[in-house]
Design a protein around this ligand. Structure first.
Ligand code: ADP
Ligand code: ASP
Ligand code: MG
Length: 401
């Protein structure tokens, strides 16, 4: 008998018929002689709807209360799916994140899992029950509800698979696997049979929503092979694992991220410690900085630009303005109309000309590049948000079709 963790995203449980569809997938897995732990997300757009409800009350909700609110979405799904399983004659029980033993740090809305106590899940499995766990949620040391960040149910599933030493971890979603680009935007995108943890981690971090990046981080750390498959079409999906068959592909995918704000500080003094002062200030505020660009100094001054998530832009600007005297002034501005477009592929390490092919594709579309960042397996550019879809299509054409 194998132990299988199956995760179903919001679209896969959006209504009665999808819930019964999921219940049948779980029942078939169970009837094939497996133990099954199921992780579910909130139904359809529930999480977005809850965020909108909070916005009707206040523009600046307390993070603690936001997590209290958002965690309710997953609680609805676990109860309904468990009822559907019971209706089909499958013995099942639902557990919230805290009942399932998810202990997190204190960072509301982006909490990290600190410890996972699996006794309750294991004892329910021992009673021959399918265990249906609410994704995306946990409890911090003060027994307050936390959530793991958008898309966090993937992380809940991988954490359970790792802690329970599951034989398989299946991520069911609304597309048939991981594609060379978002298949809803790029119809020519092709499904990948396999992809490495490292490539998937880059793609996920760079905006390919299909897997949450922390879930991939965790899968790599505990070597949990992931199978990304459709909950609607029972066809082979994509395997995410340590070593993948490259099939001669230089580039595994093109990703786009609109969640980018570019902050610029013009004319800061060109002296030692400047970058330290700026970025330590942002680190204190728990703001993640991504691409950094520094101009070469002239007349004793230089310019500094960097990107942060859109949601952190205002906090970053006000922190910088509040402490401007510490780094000698400078003109602070923010641009919220940028996007990051990236290519990812381990194959590019050993090939020259990858960057120039990417830049040529952008040039052919007359798209201006504002910032560039590279690593061994990815190249990212910051461009105008309005050009982003066109850029993804052009780059995808240049490398993949
Ligand atoms: P779930 O609710 O199942 O967690 P998500 O909406 O979080 O699903 O992620 C699935 C979506 O990710 C797809 O519908 C697709 O539009 C999008 N996506 C973006 N990039 C990719 C990619 N490279 N491959 C597959 N899907 C992608
Ligand atoms: N419901 C949460 C979200 O929409 C978590 C998830 O779907 O994984 O982000
Ligand atoms: Mg998701």
């Amino acid at each position: 008998m194998a132990l299988i963790v199956q995760k179903f995203g919001g679209t896969s449980v959006k209504d009665r018929s999808r819930i019964f569809n999921v219940a049948r997938i779980v029942m078939n897995t169970r009837n094939a002689g497996n133990d099954v732990v199921v992780v579910v997300s909130a139904q359809g757009d529930t999480t977005d709807d809850l965020i909108a409800k909070a916005a009707e009350i206040t523009s600046d909700p307390s993070h603690r209360e936001m997590d209290m609110l958002l965690a309710t979405g997953e609680q609805i799904s676990i109860a309904l799916l468990t009822m559907a399983l019971q209706e089909l004659g499958v013995s099942a029980i639902s557990l919230t994140g805290w009942q399932a033993g998810f202990n997190t740090d204190r960072a509301y809305s982006k909490a990290r899992i600190k410890r996972l106590d699996t006794e309750r899940v294991e004892s329910e499995l021992a009673r021959n029950r399918v265990v249906v766990v609410a994704g995306f949620q946990g409890l911090n040391r003060s027994d307050d509800i936390t959530t793991l960040g958008r898309g966090g149910s993937d992380t809940s599933a991988v954490a359970l698979a790792a802690a329970l030493h599951a034989d398989r971890c299946q991520i069911f979603t609304d597309v048939e696997g991981v594609y060379t680009a978002d298949p809803r935007k790029i119809p020519k995108a092709t499904k990948l049979k396999e992809i490495t943890f490292d490539e998937m981690l880059e793609l996920a971090s760079l905006g390919a929503q299909v897997l949450n990046n922390r879930s991939v981080e965790l899968a790599k750390k505990y070597n949990v092979e992931l199978e990304v498959i459709s909950s609607i079409n029972p066809v082979p999906g994509t395997i995410v694992k340590e070593e993948a068959n490259v099939e001669g592909m230089l580039i595994k995918g093109v990703a786009k991220d609109n969640d980018v704000a570019v902050i610029s500080i013009k004319n800061v003094p060109d002296v030692p410690g400047m970058s330290f002062k700026v970025f330590s200030l942002l680190a204190q505020k728990n703001i993640n900085v991504d691409i950094i660009l520094q101009s070469s100094g002239s007349e004793g001054n230089k310019d500094l630009s960097f990107t942060v998530p859109l949601g952190d832009a205002e906090a970053a600007v006000s922190a910088l303005k509040g402490a401007a005297s510490r780094f000698g002034g400078g003109e602070i501005s923010v641009d919220k109309n940028s996007a990051k477009v990236s290519i990812v592929g381990a194959g590019m390490q050993s090939h020259s000309g990858v960057a120039s092919t990417m830049f040529e594709a952008l040039f052919n579309q007359n798209i201006n590049i504002k910032m560039i960042s590279t690593s061994e397996i990815k190249i990212s550019v910051i461009i105008d948000e309005q050009d982003a879809d066109k850029a993804v299509a052009a780059i995808h054409d240049a490398f993949i079709n």
